[in-house]
Design a protein around this ligand. Structure first.
Ligand SMILES: C[S@@+](CC[C@H](N)C(=O)[O-])C[C@H]1O[C@@H](n2cnc3c(N)ncnc32)[C@H](O)[C@@H]1O
Length: 202
């Protein structure tokens, strides 16, 4: 089958697949059942590194198992802590950061990402992005906290300097209210970041 434009999640994973290279460093800010962590591990390869966060022990153990079953366990650091603490754990530039907001599929719906900590974590992840690095954020405005989170995120990313970040907001306009949305943010690559530029900047 050819290219199919089907969901916010699909768009995010498509961007990650294009952006990451073997040896890169990535962050999964919402580990959940580990599907995004596994994709990141596969994209960065054995020389790369993935830092993954979740506040639920259940998410850490499911992800651990999924990575082991797929032979990718050596590439990830699984962190049982809130993503708002990213800067305490990640001390190197990051080539991609993934947020898939909401609750653990099949888990307790009351344990969901929250506007305040999500904004803190997105701010910290954007600070860590290497030039050309991307952050993808899938938001689910179909429930009350998800709606608040999406609205606050939209305001937050809209205000980012376009000298620092390129910001895209994707929405399936005919999918009805509450359909998942995707934000894609790329840290601008300056002339001085390009190999052989000699540090010149416009
Ligand atoms: C939609 S799920 C993520 C799905 C996951 N990316 C996957 O591929 O299976 C959202 C996850 O965010 C987690 N979460 C909620 N608040 C969090 C926080 N402050 N820091 C990190 N994870 C959080 C939930 O426990 C839940 O597992």
């Amino acid at each position: 089958m050819g290219y199919e434009l089907k969901s916010a999640r699909f768009l995010a994973r498509d961007v990650l697949t294009r952006a990451l290279r073997p040896g890169d460093t990535a962050v999964d800010a919402t580990m959940g059942n580990g599907h995004d962590t596994l994709l990141l591990c596969q994209l960065v390869g054995p020389e790369g590194r993935v830092y993954a966060f979740d506040i639920q022990e259940q998410a850490v153990s499911s992800t651990e198992r999924l990575l082991r079953e797929n032979g990718a366990d050596g590439r990830a650091v699984l962190i049982h802590a809130g993503h708002e603490r990213i800067a305490d754990y990640v001390k190197e530039p990051v080539h991609a950061a993934v947020f898939n907001l909401g609750w653990l599929p099949g888990g307790d719906h009351s344990v969901t990402t929250r506007t305040g900590t999500t904004l803190q974590a997105v701010g910290a992840a954007l600070q860590l992005l290497a030039p050309g690095g991307v952050a993808t954020i899938c938001a689910y405005p179909g429930h009350l906290e998800g709606d608040r989170e999406r609205t606050a995120l939209k305001e937050y990313v809209r205000a980012l300097s376009n000298r620092e970040y390129n910001v895209l907001h994707q929405q399936f306009l005919n999918a009805g209210p509450g359909a998942p949305e995707c934000f894609i943010i790329q840290k601008v690559r300056r002339m001085s970041d390009k190999p052989g530029s000699g540090g010149a900047e416009k």
